[in-house]
Design a protein. Structure first.
Length: 117
């Protein structure tokens, strides 16, 4: 299975050559503020299967809590993924950046306070 996605302005594009992990709706205050909505829909993906195909120079990272970076397009501000600095093997992809809907599937929801994850 392959998925593609991009930021709002189209400057950053990526491809995921593999499966999405479990989708979580995170309702913590940081995710709500970073997304500008009620929750962030995220899925862990394998770094070895995830490739930025365009606009790597537009990517910006911000350490939102100790050890956690949020990566976004520096031109349009679209959030693309987050990652733990010490554990970069499974970034959490922002589902809203995918080109095609993922269709119905099981999801979990988290209302925990941010802990750097």
């Amino acid at each position: 299975m392959s998925h593609s996605g991009n930021c709002l302005c189209g400057g950053v594009r990526y491809v995921l050559r593999g499966e999405l992990g479990p989708i979580t709706l995170c309702h913590c205050s940081q995710c709500r503020k970073a997304q500008g909505g009620a929750a962030a829909a995220v899925s862990p993906v394998c770094t070895a299967e995830f490739e930025i195909t365009q606009g790597r120079d537009l990517l910006r990272a911000w350490e939102s809590s100790p050890g956690k970076e949020r990566v976004f397009c520096g031109r349009c501000g679209s959030p693309l993924y987050s990652r733990r600095v010490a554990e970069t093997d499974f970034p959490r992809l922002r589902i809203g950046s995918l080109d095609a809907p993922v269709g119905p599937r099981p999801m979990s929801s988290s209302a925990a306070r941010p802990t750097g994850t």
